[in-house]
Write a protein that binds this ligand. Structure first.
Ligand SMILES: O=C(O)c1ccccc1N[C@@H]1O[C@H](COP(=O)(O)O)[C@@H](O)[C@H]1O
Length: 206
């Protein structure tokens, strides 16, 4: 089985990005959603991206942002990958000419395979828990048995992951990558270095 990639999302501080990079993370996520306790300003994001070593992907997370808002960030900061975590249509996601992943919030009975096909130009599909009124970063997991095998896109598994459950999650879902935010925090927006290292170690050993 290919190595499972990891993304640490909700990075707000250069030092947290460096800890994650040193531990071997593949991608870090920057939340451009003003209502999130992990939201970054453009200035913060620029400092974090500038500090990244080569081969660590910078991902910009947006929730129902306008085309102008996303474009305004991209004009200032050439993010490697976009993550759309709201109700964006395929056309919304594709309007920036940049690679993107689309987050799907999985409700009971969700036809994940059909939703996946809607976003046929996405680089991957991120699966997260559905919590009413919250677009993401909830710390909640969903029923992993709902993820079908053989989806046509790389699957990024998210939602309530931590060092305690990530190995089981990988065994059950066989995702391309895992994504964590709250499970490696000391407090909202501040990562716990030991939790970050332990999480990435666990993914690598899975
Ligand atoms: O992190 C946030 O605050 C956030 C806000 C709005 C949409 C998505 C958000 N984060 C993403 O949510 C999932 C799961 O997070 P958690 O590990 O359960 O805390 C993850 O993809 C984050 O990128």
């Amino acid at each position: 089985m290919a190595a499972v990639r990891s993304k640490i999302c909700g990075i707000t501080r250069v030092e947290d990005a460096l800890v994650a990079a040193e531990a071997g993370v593949d991608a870090i996520g920057l939340v451009f959603y003003p209502k999130s306790p992990r939201a970054v300003t453009l200035l913060q994001a620029k400092a974090i991206v500038a500090a990244l070593p080569p081969f660590v992907t910078s991902v910009g997370l947006f929730v129902n942002a306008t085309r102008g808002e996303v474009g305004g960030i991209l004009d200032e900061l050439p993010l490697d990958l976009l993550q759309f975590h709201g109700d964006e249509t395929p056309a919304d996601c594709e309007g920036h000419g940049r690679p993107y992943i689309k987050a799907l919030r999985v409700r009971p009975g969700e036809d994940i395979a059909a939703r996946c096909l809607e976003y046929c130009n996405a680089s991957g599909i991120l699966l997260d828990a559905y919590v009413p009124g919250m677009p993401g970063g909830t710390g909640e997991s969903f029923d992993w048995s709902m993820v079908p095998r053989g989806l046509p896109k790389p699957v990024i598994l998210a939602g309530g992951l931590s060092v305690r459950n990530v190995r089981v999650a990988i065994a059950r879902v066989s995702p391309y990558a895992v994504d964590v935010s709250g499970g490696v925090e000391a407090e909202k927006g501040v990562k716990d270095a030991e939790k970050v290292r332990a999480f990435i170690r666990e993914v690598r050993n899975a």
